[in-house]
Design a protein around this ligand. Structure first.
Ligand SMILES: NC(=O)c1ccc[n+]([C@@H]2O[C@H](COP(=O)([O-])OP(=O)(O)OC[C@H]3O[C@@H](n4cnc5c(N)ncnc54)[C@H](O)[C@@H]3O)[C@@H](O)[C@H]2O)c1
Ligand SMILES: CC(C)[C@H](C(=O)O)[C@@H](O)C(=O)O
Ligand SMILES: [Mg+2]
Length: 359
């Protein structure tokens, strides 16, 4: 099985090294993983002048799965947009058709104290955010800068983006979300802004329509501002959340803090053929890069999702998740989840602990 490994920028290489270490330990038990590394993001721009070189894209397309670190660095923020590191992950999602982004927010019991919310609000938390990943205002055309052609500020410089969703795009993500809910507690909350945006009234109408095919799933709708509030008020009331690209980006970062840290939230991005890219939900964290203190668990848990969703090895995925829990139960914590009475460890020590816990 060929795994394309794209470490990227900032803490990307540090956290990816730990996930690869864990996968190599799994491989020792008789699984044939081949790792092929390629540059992506700012690292690729620095090496070859483009954040998503053709060779990296074709490796990703030809692989059985892609393991991705993170991209981005403040030093590239002034580049023309098409050369910025973030275009690499956007380009991979678009080129591979990775429209379904699964972001599970699960609180490990050992981390109840690490969450910024009271333990009773978050203990036992297990929700799944299904984020549409290849549409919405992220990719809508036209976009750009111009002189305002009309309105109160006619003649002034302005910038604009386009929020849009087509019927098939909404239908296919709705099916993914309803099916996910069927495999869980059979509740689905569709998050929109239908009270203001036509795109999201359309979204709501179509999700409701698709819902008729899933009578066993209880569907409700919530405006995104309310959802942001409910996520910190009573997060356990959610089971599966389905939403658009931008709302899903924001709500999943918010949900990550319920689990103790953004360093705990994995993700799977899947296409219609079941191919997938696996990455932590967080970014390249340039503020802590190179210090060996980043939490590698979101990336290790993303590798577990890869085994489950792309490589047909669900038992091995369970094994990794159990090993993560074991490491936490031993009291080992990177600084982002450290609490009194626990032992502060480095990125590599956390990865080693997971490997050891695999037995
Ligand atoms: N998919 C991606 O590659 C991706 C995702 C988000 C942001 N980014 C990019 O990352 C760069 C930084 O963005 P940002 O600062 O807004 O978001 P970020 O997620 O990189 O960091 C936000 C905060 O969380 C902390 N953090 C993130 N991951 C952590 C981990 N594993 N362990 C411990 N702490 C962690 C960081 O130190 C920082 O304080 C930007 O260039 C942004 O575009 C990339
Ligand atoms: C880096 C950026 C393009 C990306 C996004 O907005 O999707 C990130 O925030 C994420 O959540 O994966
Ligand atoms: Mg994000």
């Amino acid at each position: 099985m060929k795994i394309a490994v794209l470490p990227g920028d900032g803490i990307g290489p540090e956290i990816i090294a730990e996930a690869v270490k864990v996968l190599q330990r799994i491989a020792q038990d008789g699984f044939d993983f081949t790792f092929e590394f390629a540059p992506v993001g700012g690292a690729a721009y620095a090496a070859s002048g483009h954040p998503l070189p053709e060779a990296t894209l074709s490796l990703a397309k030809s692989a059985d799965a892609v393991l991705f670190g993170a991209v981005g660095d403040w030093k590239y923020d002034t580049l023309e947009r098409h050369l910025r590191p973030e275009q690499a992950i956007l380009g991979l999602r678009k080129n591979l058709g990775l429209f379904a982004n699964l972001r599970p927010a699960i609180l490990y019991a050992e981390l109840a104290d690490a969450s910024s919310l009271k333990p009773e609000v978050v203990s036992g938390l297990d929700i799944l955010i299904v984020r549409e990943l290849t549409g919405d205002i992220y990719f809508g055309q036209p976009r750009g800068r111009r002189t305002a052609p009309d309105g109160a500020f006619v003649g002034q410089p302005e910038a604009f983006d386009t929020m849009r969703y087509s019927r098939p795009e909404i239908e296919r993500i709705a099916h993914v979300a309803f099916k996910a809910a069927q495999g869980r507690n059979k509740r689905l909350t569709s998050v929109d802004k239908a009270n203001v945006l036509e795109t999201f009234q359309f979204w709501k109408d179509i999700v409701t329509e698709v819902g008729q095919q899933y009578p066993d799933v209880q569907l409700d709708h919530m405006y995104v501002d309310n959802a942001a509030m409910q996520l910190v008020k009573a997060p356990k009331k959610f089971d599966v959340i389905v939403t658009g690209n931008m709302f899903g980006d924001i709500l999943s970062d918010e949900a990550s803090m319920l689990t103790g840290s953004i360093g705990m939230l994995p993700s799977a991005s899947l296409n219609e053929k079941g191919q997938g890219l696996y990455e932590p939900s967080h970014g390249s964290a340039p503020d802590i890069a190179g210090q060996g203190i980043a939490n590698p668990l979101a990336t290790i848990l993303s590798a577990a999702m890869m085994l489950r969703h792309s490589l047909g090895l669900p038992e091995q995925a369970d094994r990794i998740e159990a090993a993560v829990q074991k490491g936490l139960a031993q009291g080992l914590r990177t600084p982002d989840i450290h609490a009194p009475g626990t032992q502060k460890v480095s990125t590599a020590q956390m990865g080693d602990a997971v490997v050891t816990a695999l037995g």
